[in-house]
Ligand binder design. Structure first.
Ligand SMILES: NC(=O)c1ccc[n+]([C@@H]2O[C@H](COP(=O)([O-])OP(=O)(O)OC[C@H]3O[C@@H](n4cnc5c(N)ncnc54)[C@H](O)[C@@H]3O)[C@@H](O)[C@H]2O)c1
Length: 299
């Protein structure tokens, strides 16, 4: 097997369990040295337990790879900086940042508390922004000194909930849609430093999703988190320098490119509100299908 990330230094957030753990293991198998970040929180973000990150690190080392534990909270400005500094202090460089950590606080809007909203936005959206911001500042400095493309990589994590919508997840979906928009914008900003930014929308059975629906053994096998990581490892490699600002679904037996918010039908503007209503009705598509892996209908 050719090693795609030989010598590269990667950070994977939320790598103590689930999808992040698989990213870390596959990156290490492809020669990357990995900062395994995980707070060890419950699905709702409460509590902490360093043993999950430690287990991922132990498994990487047992397979002959290099990894260190990092227990910082991704949504903390100083914690995120500390995480980037840990890679630099240990291996003298940073090539890849995979923002994967996440939590859930599902609730219908009418019952959602301020705390449920704030905590999900905090972990997902700020927890993607803060590490990205510190990594970007580092790559800008490297670019200033060398004048060469840094080949830095940011891979963020969205969800079908953010790109197609899911009832009961207005906090989570808003954060995940925000992550996709954030990534497309910073891909443009960081291009001049030779940094690419892409987004993965995974589908996998983890503790976060295992209770959502009853699955056959065959369905579970196609939803193993290990199916998401090959796409991420390729995007993390130097070979993927030409792919940036993309949202890619991975899991359930498919890799798919997602393209959102494309301009649809249009008409010349009018000054009569009733005429505007008639035009809008005429232009609305008759069927709006979710392009999700499961082919679910939205409405
Ligand atoms: N499983 C799926 O099908 C699916 C679908 C769409 C999106 N996602 C996204 O993929 C990512 C991984 O999800 P998963 O299913 O592996 O979940 P998971 O619960 O198995 O793993 C998430 C990890 O993140 C860690 N974490 C939580 N808050 C943290 C914080 N503040 N700082 C550091 N670490 C923290 C947790 O301790 C946990 O180990 C999440 O962003 C999730 O929203 C998952």
């Amino acid at each position: 097997m050719p090693k795609l990330c030989e010598g590269r230094v990667a950070i994977v957030t939320g790598a103590g369990r689930g999808i992040g753990r698989e990213h870390a293991l596959l990156l290490a198998a492809h020669g990357a040295r990995v900062v395994v970040n995980d707070l060890g929180a419950g699905v709702d973000g409460t509590g902490r337990d360093d043993s999950f990150a430690a287990k991922t690190v132990a498994d990487i080392r047992a397979a002959g790879g290099e990894a260190i534990v990092n227990g910082d909270d991704v949504s903390s400005w100083s914690g995120a900086k500390h995480m980037i500094d840990a890679a630099l202090a240990t291996w003298g460089k940073l090539d890849v940042l995979i923002n994967n950590a996440g939590i859930l606080r599902d609730r219908m809007l009418v019952n959602m508390t301020e705390e449920e909203w704030d905590s999900v936005i905090q972990v997902h959206l700020k927890g993607t922004f803060a590490p990205s911001r510190h990594a970007a500042a580092h790559w800008r400095e490297v670019h200033k000194v060398t004048g060469a493309p840094t080949k830095g990589r940011i891979i963020n994590t969205t969800s079908t909930s953010g790109i197609y919508g899911n009832v009961g997840q207005s906090n989570y979906g808003a954060a995940k849609a925000g992550i996709a928009a954030f990534s497309i914008i910073i891909a443009r900003e960081l291009k001049k430093f030779g940094v690419t930014v892409n987004v993965i929308s995974p589908s996998a059975v983890t503790r976060m999703t295992e209770g959502l629906r009853v699955l056959t053994e065959e369905q579970k096998a196609t939803r193993d988190p290990k199916w998401v990581s090959p796409t991420v490892v390729y995007l993390a490699s130097e070979a993927a320098q030409d792919i940036t600002g993309r949202v890619i679904q991975a899991g359930i037996g498919r890799i798919a490119i997602c393209e959102g918010w494309r301009r649809g039908a249009e008409e010349a503007q009018v000054d009569d509100p009733e005429e505007a209503g008639r035009l809008i009705r005429r232009m609305l598509p008759k069927v709006r299908r979710n392009a999700g892996m499961d082919g679910m209908e939205l409405d």
